[in-house]
Design a protein around this ligand. Structure first.
Ligand code: FES
Length: 102
């Protein structure tokens, strides 16, 4: 199931935008012109990743500096050990869509 998450033009270049949709927190990124979406909460705690830092293709958690690879969600640095969920994305006009399971 594809759902509209936000407008493409709202997603900042080389940075992150937090979105809350139906009570779920997401992070949307545009890196080198490509769009990515991950869950918005760190898998180590309840920190909001959008309050952290985007460094190239890495998001660094603001609480304990755990790091995740944005395109794949894999852990790039401790103390996080669970990967971050990522979502397939596509563009339709000025809308950024993500694919949810089911
Ligand atoms: Fe993100 Fe601990 S809450 S690294």
């Amino acid at each position: 199931m594809w759902i509209t998450l936000c407008r493409l033009s709202d997603v900042p270049d080389e940075d992150v935008l937090e979105l809350d949709l139906d009570g779920h927190v997401y992070c949307a990124y545009r890196l080198a012109g490509r769009h990515y979406v991950t869950d918005g909460l760190c898998t180590h705690g309840v920190a909001r990743l959008a309050e952290g830092f985007v460094i190239d293709d890495i998001i660094e958690c603001p609480m304990h500096n755990g790091r995740f690879h944005i395109p794949t969600g894999r852990v790039d640095g401790p103390p996080a050990c669970e990967p971050l969920r990522t979502y397939p994305t596509r563009a339709e006009g000025d809308c950024l869509l993500i694919q949810l399971p089911g």
